[in-house]
Design a protein. Structure first.
Length: 614
């Protein structure tokens, strides 16, 4: 089995060797056995079902949740000469009929379908005909975490896919996802009837991504500063900015356009044609920033996304990991940046409290939010916190903000007692803004109307600034000392831990709030992070890389596909570094196989030769 799969790996995809557990997974599938695969975005999940589908008799049926993802995958496979198609609502009746004929006559290696279509009785009838004729090589269930009813991307139609075991008991199934904690993994096995499936878990680490979280005080200015950091910023890069609300996506996209960025808003409230246009621009053009709600997410297959920014706190670490994982799929350096404040936490708590979900579901949502909050308030390595959530241990990464600029820890027991005392003396009825005014001795109309300027706690915290007090309160929530009651407009309640602190039985150590970063200090931190992740290239090599990108763009325009479908930036950088002079040397580049060498090799080699003559 390995010999056949290795031949496909080299001759079709242009790679010399498998990565990680790919070969074991492929061998198991080709032996007719089931698997559950957890592999990070960019780790090569798709090869685990594409290679056996090509190498084995019959067609591989791939369950994919989004039309855009199907098109990307099929475009990339067709460039390689693979007989691939998708069958979804974007096809006309004649086009659908043409796919059906190819399927029945055995003219396809892979067919991508949505779960809704797959489970239609008439479609299952067609598959049974295929099974009796050309044969079905496998069923691949991509984005398998969608089966989790506790998850952020739950798709009820995924629950019906367990019927595949009964309808096609001899056909191997492989369920794949980049995002699943222990609870979700168990659900994948149970709900897809994969009881005997072997589970393959790769490292969740994405070492090329640099994680950073900043205290939110002016999200617009902070985002622009992040993007505009000169040679270390992201002007001209492709990226995604996630916002909580539809209105905020439109406002943020407008801010970015005013600052000269090519930005588009995307949310579920836009009409289908607009959403399709934005997706197409993002897929096919360079330097487009999409400002979106989580409606723009699953199925993004663009490898050269250089940053993912969050302007609001995500509701879970699974969602955050999946969203940030859309950056740097090509292995090149990328940023995951988030601005987060106390208002985000109060909003997420309110969402949970007012949802129509069961109490058990709300309890799970609160646990997930607590984990997300713990990450945002981490004083140690963020990557360690993120990986630990998925059951993986690691050393400090050296490529996140807390590793590059370790925050100062301090004994905050006394300030904590001041906060708790102020909450008790105001009957646990107020939120952070009012409490901070009391602590700092601000005689606001609200403070005076309640007579809170007469409290013994009035002005006891005048030695600390407003941002420092808000940071303390946020961290106390993260530590479980305070609870913002969503039923009382976020008013803070004391927990049992709080009483231990007030009574002097428990001390509190917190991360000291960082001063608002200057432009120069932010650049210095990011420079350190970039130097850890990327080797510098010469001006000559960079010019050749740009020449090769221009050639690639010409091929992409001619074939009507995104540029990355031709070859990725990483391949072009290797060509620019190695400067191959003939086809044999070009074939030694990882990602260039015989098909791509024949179709594109002459033009790429010509660009290398022209650069050598300069």
């Amino acid at each position: 089995m390995s010999e056949a799969s290795r031949a496909v790996l080299r001759n079709t995809f242009g790679f010399d060797g498998f990565r990680g557990q790919q070969e074991q997974i492929i061998d198991r599938t080709m032996d007719g056995l089931d698997s559950v695969v957890l592999m990070p975005t960019g780790g090569g999940k798709s090869l685990c079902y594409q290679i056996p589908s090509i190498a084995m008799p019959g067609v591989g049926i791939v369950v994919s949740p989004l039309i855009a993802l199907m098109q990307d995958q099929v475009d990339a496979l067709r460039v390689l000469g693979v007989r691939a198609a998708f069958w979804n609502s974007s096809l006309s009746l004649p086009e659908s009929e043409a796919v059906r004929r190819e399927l029945l006559r055995g003219g396809l290696d892979l067919l991508y379908v949505a779960p809704e279509r797959l489970m239609l009785p008439e479609f299952l009838t067609i598959l049974e005909q295929v099974d009796r004729g050309p044969g079905i090589a496998l069923f691949a269930i991509d984005e398998a975490h969608c089966v989790s009813q506790w998850g952020h991307d739950f798709r009820p139609e995924y629950l019906r896919l367990s019927a595949l075991r009964e309808r096609f008991p001899e056909t191997p199934r492989i369920a794949l996802t980049a995002t699943a904690d222990a609870v979700t993994r168990l659900e994948i096995h149970q709900r897809l009837a994969l009881d005997d499936a072997t589970e393959f878990v790769s490292s969740f680490d994405r070492p090329n991504i640099r994680y950073a979280v900043v205290d939110k005080h002016d999200a617009r200015a902070q985002l622009l500063r992040f993007l505009n950091d000169g040679e270390l910023g992201h002007r001209g890069d492709t990226g995604i900015v996630y916002c909580q609300s539809r209105k905020k996506t439109e406002q943020t996209a407008e801010w970015l356009r005013q600052d000269g960025f090519d930005a588009e808003a995307y949310h579920a409230g836009l009409d289908q044609d607009t959403r399709r246009r934005v997706q197409q621009r993002f897929r096919r053009e360079d330097g487009v920033i999409v400002v979106a709600t989580i409606a723009f997410g699953m199925g993004i297959d663009k490898p050269d996304v250089r940053f993912v920014a969050h302007l609001d706190l995500p509701k879970s670490l699974e969602g955050y990991y999946q969203e940030t994982g859309r950056a740097g799929r090509d292995g090149e350096p990328a940023d995951a940046w988030m601005a987060y404040g106390l208002a985000d936490l109060l909003q997420q708590n309110a969402f949970i409290a007012t949802s129509s979900a069961s109490e058990e579901h709300k309890r799970v949502d609160r646990i997930k939010l607590d984990a997300m909050l713990g990450y945002a308030e981490a004083a140690g390595c963020r990557r360690r916190v993120l990986l630990q959530y998925f059951g993986e241990e690691s050393a400090d990464c050296g490529n996140c903000d807390t590793c590059l600029t370790p925050p100062e820890q301090w004994d905050a027991t006394v300030p904590t007692q001041k906060v708790l005392s102020a909450i008790v003396r105001t009957q646990q009825r107020f939120g952070a803004g009012h409490l901070v005014d009391i602590l700092r001795g601000q005689r606001t109309p609200k403070v005076e109307s309640y007579g809170h300027d007469a409290l013994v706690t009035f002005g006891v915290g005048s030695d600390l600034g407003s941002d420092e007090w808000k940071s303390i309160i946020r961290q106390l929530v993260a530590k479980g000392i305070l609870y913002p009651d969503p039923q009382a407009m976020g008013a803070f309640q004391l927990t049992p831990q709080a009483h231990a602190v007030l009574g002097g039985k428990q001390s509190v150590e917190l991360r000291r709030a960082a001063p608002r970063a200057s432009r120069s200090s932010a650049k210095a931190t990011r420079r350190a992070g970039r130097s850890a992740a990327a080797e510098p290239v010469s001006d000559e090599e960079q010019r050749l890389f740009e020449d090769l990108r221009a050639v690639r763009r010409q091929f992409a325009d001619a074939e009507g596909v995104p540029a990355f479908v031709i070859v990725g930036d990483r391949v072009l950088r290797e060509i620019a570094a190695d400067r191959p002079s003939d086809v044999d040397q070009l074939l030694a580049v990882n990602g260039i196989g015989p098909v791509k060498a024949e179709k594109y090799g002459a033009r790429f080699l010509a660009a290398v030769a022209a650069a050598s003559d300069r």
